[in-house]
Design a protein around this ligand. Structure first.
Ligand code: PEP
Ligand code: MN
Length: 345
């Protein structure tokens, strides 16, 4: 931690800061300039709140050198985390991007879900997604089939030979959801539901943690830290769009740069949800391709056998044919870029 003192700071002000930091276990290096003094405090106490030091008398500025998250940080683990999701599918590092797809909600039509499951599998997806517990902005919207939805999802996954991912909204339902799902999802609205983060920290199933609509990347990584701190290191970070200035043309602002930023500061796998990230069907393919080009370890895409009649998020769900075309375009991506740039291999 670097503590910059005000030019007017007296020796006693400097010593007060020095004593405080030493009492917290830091080693001090004092750098006395002509105008101001800089106190460098060396130690691994990330948990001290810089605001406490910044509010001390004659302190101008406090800078953190290490990020406050520890287990999730690149410093604690230099190599990428690769998570074994089951059925031979791995996510993270240099593993092939994992495509997860399926309806926003699991609906009371298992035939429709099965149709979607077979179609996404044939197109190359490895995980069937679908919500049984739905966080809805309005209480009058479809709230999900709950345990029946979990059963339908597990059945469709099994029949199609796909892994399944679904959201858990309440810490009391974590064991129930983990009984049916291969991957448990924490929704954007619950990114800072610390009780829920703690509860999924206690299970061993991989967790998709979605970024809150108004969360910074640092807050996002600290939310992952909660899960890891409670014992579950299998965290997949999912950028799904944040609140921006333009909700006329897009539902959210998809922060694609979060991918390389997270990869710099963390070893955890990071995926993109282009559906909630854009809210518009026509934007899903370009957003998905950009996500993979920028380095995402996977995609979480909403796909429905009949989007116009979906119970939720139909406007941002691809049809089965659109999904299959998008997957073909994705597989051509590398070739297309090399061709445009005429790269000599
Ligand atoms: C979802 O994946 O269906 C969902 C509710 O997403 P989010 O939490 O990102 O809004
Ligand atoms: Mn949705």
């Amino acid at each position: 931690m670097i503590i910059v003192m005000e030019p007017a700071a007296k020796e006693e002000d400097i010593q007060r800061v020095v004593r405080k930091m030493e009492s917290l276990g830091f080693r001090i290096i004092l750098n006395r300039g002509d105008v101001m003094t800089v106190v460098a405090a060396v130690g691994d106490k990330r948990l001290i709140d810089p605001a406490t030091i910044a509010s001390m008398e004659e302190v101008r500025e406090v800078k953190l050198i290490q990020e406050p998250f520890k287990l999730a940080s690149r410093e604690s683990q230099r190599t990428d985390t690769v998570i074994d999701l089951g059925l031979g599918v791995k996510i993270g590092g240099n593993s092939a991007p994992v495509i997860m797809a399926g309806p926003c909600s699991v609906e009371d039509d298992i035939e429709g879900l099965l149709k979607t499951a077979y179609a996404i599998r044939d197109a190359g997806a490895k995980v069937l997604r679908g919500g049984a517990f739905k966080p809805r902005t309005s209480p009058y919207d479809f709230q999900g089939l709950e345990e029946l939805g979990l059963k339908y999802l597990a059945e469709a996954g099994k029949k199609a030979g796909l892994l399944v991912a679904t959201e858990v909204m309440d810490s009391q339902d974590v064991d129930l959801v983990a009984d049916y799902a291969d991957i448990v999802q924490i929704g954007a609205r619950n990114m800072q539901n610390f009780k829920l983060l703690k509860a999924v920290g206690k299970i061993s199933k991989p967790v998709i943690l979605k970024r809150g609509p108004a969360a910074t990347v640092r807050e996002f990584l600290l939310a992952a830290e909660h899960i890891m701190h409670n014992g579950n290191a299998n965290v997949i970070l999912c950028e799904r769009g944040i609140l921006g200035v333009d909700s006329h043309f897009t539902r959210n602002t998809l922060d694609l740069l979060a991918v390389p930023v997270i990869k710099k500061y963390s070893h955890l796998p990071v995926i993109i949800d282009p559906s909630h990230g854009t809210g518009r069907r026509y934007l899903i393919s370009p957003a998905s391709k950009a996500a993979l080009v920028i380095g995402a370890h996977g995609l979480l895409v909403e796909v429905h056998h009949d989007p116009d009649n979906a119970y939720s998020d139909g406007a941002q769900s691809l049809t089965l044919d659109q999904f299959s075309s998008m997957m073909k375009e994705i597989s051509e991506l590398e070739k297309a870029i090399s061709k445009t740039l005429e790269i000599k291999k």
